[in-house]
Write a protein that binds this ligand. Structure first.
Ligand code: 6PG
Length: 246
């Protein structure tokens, strides 16, 4: 299935998150119907929190026992830290749904050694997807956000992880944070059956235009997300899409 790019623009942030929740559940139903399970990698940051809360309220009765949740990236902090993506997802979704604990694959980011945490998480992915060295997992859905500098997951411009071609998960040194982030690599992102970017608000409009219409050398990290055999879906609200030429 050749890679397709779809841009959906919703009138408001509320409409955006409703449409994103419906898409999440649509892909989940299709995957569960076809293979008995749905594998999804969640994004962090602030934007998806409203989506996770909506899934918890509107889809509490969904077949969460058939859903396997991973994290596309994590800050190098314990799960109790306010910066933790796991903590955000736990508070907005996991504590409100009946998902078996063994279906949630948290990045062990409390490890003082970020590289060790990344290796451990990669090992978890390889075990779960039963893949051999050189093989890559195929997620049914990967959620991504868009950073002000064009980063996505924790693949930041000019950072070492941009060139990773064989690892699934790496500890990426991010100079501006003077810290590591633990992140999926492009080979994992680009093997997904579907990648959904979520961007909301006027402060994203410039970067949305740059990523979707700009010719950047080198390309921005978000521009390098091109599923080789899957769907690329950009879900935007009007404010985030305001500078697109349509
Ligand atoms: C993270 C994310 C990151 C995020 C963007 C957008 O851990 O921060 O995975 O890639 O999606 O930075 O963040 P906001 O949604 O907060 O604007």
């Amino acid at each position: 299935m050749p890679s397709t790019r779809t841009i959906e623009v919703l009138a408001s942030a509320a409409d955006l998150f409703h449409a994103a929740a419906e898409e999440f559940v649509r892909v989940a139903r299709t995957a569960i119907g076809a293979q008995g399970r749905f594998t999804v990698a969640l994004s962090g940051g602030s934007t998806p929190k409203a989506l996770y809360s909506l899934l918890a309220t509107n889809y509490a009765g969904f077949a969460w026992n058939r859903i396997f949740l991973f994290f596309g990236d994590e800050r190098h902090v314990p799960p109790t830290d306010p910066e933790s993506n796991y903590r955000m997802v736990n508070e907005s979704l996991l504590t409100k749904i009946a998902i078996p604990a063994e279906n949630v694959f948290r990045v062990p980011a409390e490890s003082p050694d970020a590289a060790a945490a990344a290796s451990e998480y990669e090992a978890q992915l390889r075990r779960f997807f039963e893949i051999k060295p050189g093989e890559f997992p195929r997620f049914d859905l990967i959620l991504l956000g868009l950073g002000p500098d064009g980063h996505t997951a924790s693949l930041f411009p000019d950072s070492p992880a941009l060139n990773e071609e064989s690892r699934l998960v790496v500890a990426n040194w991010v100079a501006k944070f003077n810290a590591h982030r633990i992140t999926f690599t492009f080979p994992v992102l680009n093997r997904a059956a579907e990648v959904m970017f979520l961007a909301s608000g006027a402060d994203k409009a410039d970067m949305v235009r740059q990523v979707l219409e700009g010719k950047n050398t080198p390309p921005l990290p978000s521009q390098r997300v091109q599923p080789s055999d899957g769907k690329l879906l950009w879900m935007l609200d009007e404010a985030a899409a305001a500078k697109l030429t349509r």
